[in-house]
Design a protein around this ligand. Structure first.
Ligand code: ZN
Length: 316
């Protein structure tokens, strides 16, 4: 549950979350929404060892770290700095690039800003997300490389991204966009595409695609398949699968506009996660809705170190 008294602009944000103590209290309530409860003995009272962000059970003495198992676990920085960075990232309309975060936060190095952004992105992935349903448009596109746009399945130097978006029925068909899923795929074969849809789209949703053979088995997978035979031109796909192509265009513009297209294959999934986080919360009324949602998820997100970020080999 998100609080209903969220800050609505930067001054009210600073007033509420300007100190480490205020941020710690907020995290405490996120972690123990029903009040403190000792994991060892079930007791409901604790002493705060505030400087170390530790709560010690008043009955058995068991120590509970506020930050363990959250994206803040390894941090040597005060929580207020983290909260401010998360506010900057989530409240800005399109998000911010590492260079901009470095400038605004006064970080000494680009690497610091870059790794903070990646930790924050980790918390953008919702663990309990519900599959898409009703009517869904699905397609793939290529991201990155020298030339924009789609140049056939298998374009060299680009990364294949599959997308599915809830796309409305009746008069709203293709116009009323619902929730979105995007994922990097190794190839456009049937196994990859079916795996993507199975992980993201409920059965028996209606799935609208082009006539690509990789989608031919969807009825056998339990979907209502609506294949559309497109002419060879890219413009035809835009007209006849308007929802997913609008989304692809917006996502690519975001990658170029906010991140200057400087997104490598290895880290692309993290950027897609950020795009999904923004897109799927685009109608949030409050400017700090995304902030509060991100903090909520940050508490439940395992920490990641700079070394892991840099060293993890890209999956296929
Ligand atoms: Zn206890």
């Amino acid at each position: 549950m998100l609080p209903d008294d969220l800050p609505h602009d930067l001054p009210t944000f600073i007033a509420r979350f300007g100190t480490d103590e205020a941020c710690r209290d907020y995290l405490f309530h996120q972690r123990w929404p029903g009040g403190f409860r000792c994991r060892a003995c079930g007791h409901g009272e604790a002493w705060a060892l505030a400087r170390r962000n530790i709560y010690e059970c008043a009955a058995c003495g068991r120590q509970h770290s506020l930050l363990k198992g959250t994206i803040f676990e390894q941090t040597k920085t005060g929580l207020a700095r983290w909260f401010l960075a998360i506010y900057l990232v989530t409240s800005s309309k399109g998000g911010i690039a590492a260079t901009e975060l470095q400038r605004q936060m006064g970080f000494g190095s680009y690497q610091t800003a870059w790794s903070w952004l990646h930790k924050i992105r980790k918390a953008m992935v919702r663990r309990d997300r519900q599959p898409l349903h009703d009517r869904v448009e699905a397609d793939e596109t290529y991201v990155g490389g020298a030339k924009p746009g789609r140049s056939g399945r298998g374009a060299a130097g680009k990364t294949l991204v599959a997308g599915a978006v809830e796309s409305g029925r009746g008069k709203a068909r293709g116009r009323r966009l619902g929730r979105l899923r995007l994922a990097r795929l190794p190839d456009a074969g049937a196994t990859s595409l079916e795996g993507f849809l199975a992980a993201n789209v409920a059965k028996p949703a209606a799935v609208v695609t082009d006539g690509w053979a990789g989608y031919a088995d969807l009825p056998a997978q339990g979907y209502h398949h609506e294949p559309i035979n497109l002419s060879a031109s890219w413009g035809d796909a835009v007209l006849r699968l308007p929802a997913i192509h609008l989304v692809f265009a917006l996502a690519k513009r975001w990658l170029i506009g906010t991140h200057h297209g400087a997104v490598g294959k290895k880290h692309l999934p993290a950027y897609l996660d950020e795009y999904l986080f923004r897109f799927n919360r685009r109608t949030a009324r409050s400017i700090s809705h995304r902030f509060a949602r991100l903090i909520e998820q940050a508490v439940a997100t395992e920490p990641v170190t700079y070394r892991t970020l840099v060293a993890t080999p890209a999956p296929a």
